[in-house]
Design a protein around this ligand. Structure first.
Ligand SMILES: Cc1cc2nc3c(=O)[nH]c(=O)nc-3n(C[C@H](O)[C@H](O)[C@H](O)COP(=O)(O)OP(=O)(O)OC[C@H]3O[C@@H](n4cnc5c(N)ncnc54)[C@H](O)[C@@H]3O)c2cc1C
Length: 468
């Protein structure tokens, strides 16, 4: 693990770390007792099919059908290939006729402004907040050139505008992938350089403001591209500050340090008064806890507010394969249980900080895992944190684990659904990646299916009784 910036003041750094370790150990025992405590709120079992009473008959059927398909590992693992073949065999029109009302409608908000507005109004009526996500992302070897990055910028600015101007949420949020605006190759190179070079956040901020800064270790063209990328990100910061929280996604470990560096520079510029720029911490990484502690220390040193999206992480298989191929130690925790401990530990650190300084620290508990949600809710109640305060909220992907999202929303918590939008063509690659990343969640979605079935049976019975 290496720090992105100059070494943190060690004494304070260690004291934050030790305090949180001690606190989390002593509290863990108490919390475990509380979670088994019959006085824990009943809704935390997430077993009430009533959560779905707000869904239409067709939405229940659609969700059941799509989740049934997702329960076949072969279908999920090969969904990209299957979709390409089906499209070729039946033609684009036929393909869209099948995909649009089913998979697409389940996971995507729509294509036109009207369609998106309808989906968002619906979400709002369910008590959920949309978190718009432009479905653009690039990996190494997929770089598309400066023009394309400018087009992506226009799409992102449109996303800021939509998130803010339509009044779909009182505290709008959106997601941002830095690799949509700066090439993955450069992010990867910057990550390598950060192992030996220290980058000053002030220098990045000056570059965002348009100063012709030279960064060490980069060629002239790489430097020029970085400057343009930082200026693009500056435009997003300027458009969103005081209006929309921008949540920067975490991606692969071979670029994350560069993404975090850039995100911290954005935080330094735009998050002095409140957390308008957030970073993502992937708890499947062995170093996640230290990365979070480093970020907290940097936010103290540089006097900015810290917004944290806490996730388990989406790129496990590829990270592991790459580490094996390169003969490196696996960066991912060896088991799901270790990842869970890491998630719980980071959650504990953030909730404690928030209870002390709710204006300076914020978190979105971005998970479909019921146990993590239970922990977060229980700790919020213990610490006296407001259910719909600005500092703690929950996040799930659109179309997934609605029994968790709806139950939380019905009990007054602030819940965001990550919402991609765009044409079938634009969103399919995004959907395929998400399906593969979330296949363990999708395949284990038995409880949601059972609850959907119960609600469907209940409605059919009601209809039959009324007809008699
Ligand atoms: C709103 C939102 C935003 C997100 N943004 C990002 C992002 O920016 N970057 C990102 O990487 N992810 C992101 N994710 C997370 C990702 O998309 C998956 O949703 C997430 O990894 C699934 O974890 P879970 O907590 O929902 O489910 P769970 O079922 O509790 O956990 C499954 C996850 O556990 C981990 N895991 C499983 N088995 C093992 C094992 N053997 N060893 C170690 N770990 C294991 C993996 O991460 C796996 O995905 C986001 C999720 C949401 C809801």
């Amino acid at each position: 693990m290496f720090s992105l910036l100059r070494q943190p003041a060690l004494s304070r750094f260690i004291s934050v770390r030790l305090k949180s370790v001690a606190a989390s150990q002593s509290l863990a025992a108490k919390r475990d007792r509380d979670l088994c405590n019959p006085s824990s709120p009943d809704f935390l079992t997430f077993e009430d099919p009533q959560a779905f009473k707000v869904k239409s008959f067709w939405e229940l059927i659609r969700a059941l059908g799509v989740f049934r398909l997702c329960s076949f590992p072969a279908l999920v693992n090969n969904c990209g290939k299957l979709m390409t073949i089906t499209r070729k065999v039946f033609g684009k029109q036929c393909f869209c006729m099948v995909v649009r009302p089913s998979v697409y409608a389940q996971f995507v908000a729509g294509e036109t402004e009207g369609e998106i507005a309808d989906s968002m109004q619906k979400m709002r009526s369910l008590g959920l907040h949309p978190m718009l996500a432009v479905p653009i992302e690039e990996d190494l070897g997929e770089s598309t050139g400066e023009c394309r990055y400018e087009d992506n910028l226009a799409a992102m600015l449109e996303c800021v505008h939509m998130s803010h101007s339509k009044g779909w949420s009182k505290n709008p949020m959106m997601q941002l992938k830095i690799t949509a605006l700066v090439s993955p190759e450069l992010c990867s190179k910057l990550t390598s350089l950060l192992k030996t070079e220290q980058y000053d956040l002030n220098k990045l901020v000056r570059a965002m403001d348009g100063e012709e800064v030279m960064f060490p270790g980069l060629t002239e063209s790489e430097n020029a591209h970085l400057l343009l990328g930082l200026q693009r990100l500056n435009k997003i910061g300027e458009a969103s500050v005081n209006k929309v929280c921008v949540l920067v996604d975490a991606e692969y470990t071979y670029m994350n340090p560069a993404l975090s560096l850039i995100t911290m520079a954005m935080m330094k510029k735009f998050s002095q008064q409140s957390a308008w720029i957030w970073n993502t911490y992937q708890c499947y990484l062995k170093e996640s806890r230290n990365l979070l502690l480093d970020a907290i220390q940097t936010s103290i040193d540089q006097s900015f507010c810290l917004g944290v999206k806490l996730v388990r992480g989406a790129y496990m298989d590829k990270e592991r394969k790459l580490a094996e191929k390169e003969g490196r130690t696996d960066p991912i925790h060896e088991s799901w249980e270790h990842t869970n401990d890491s998630y719980n530990g980071c959650l504990e650190i953030m909730l404690n900080l928030i209870s002390e300084k709710p204006d300076r620290y914020m978190i979105i508990v971005a998970t479909h895992n019921e146990e993590s949600v239970r922990r977060a809710v229980t700790r919020m109640e213990e610490l006296g944190l407001h259910r719909d305060g600005n500092s703690v909220c929950f996040g799930q992907l659109m179309g997934m684990c609605d029994h968790v999202s709806l139950t939380l929303a019905q009990h007054g918590f602030s819940v965001y659904k990550s919402v991609p939008y765009g044409s079938v063509d634009d969103t399919l690659p995004y959907l395929v990646r998400r399906a593969q990343e979330n296949r363990t969640v999708l395949q284990g979605i038995r409880k949601e299916r059972d609850l959907l079935r119960q609600e469907l049976r209940h409605r059919l019975k009601e209809k039959i009784t009324r007809a008699r």
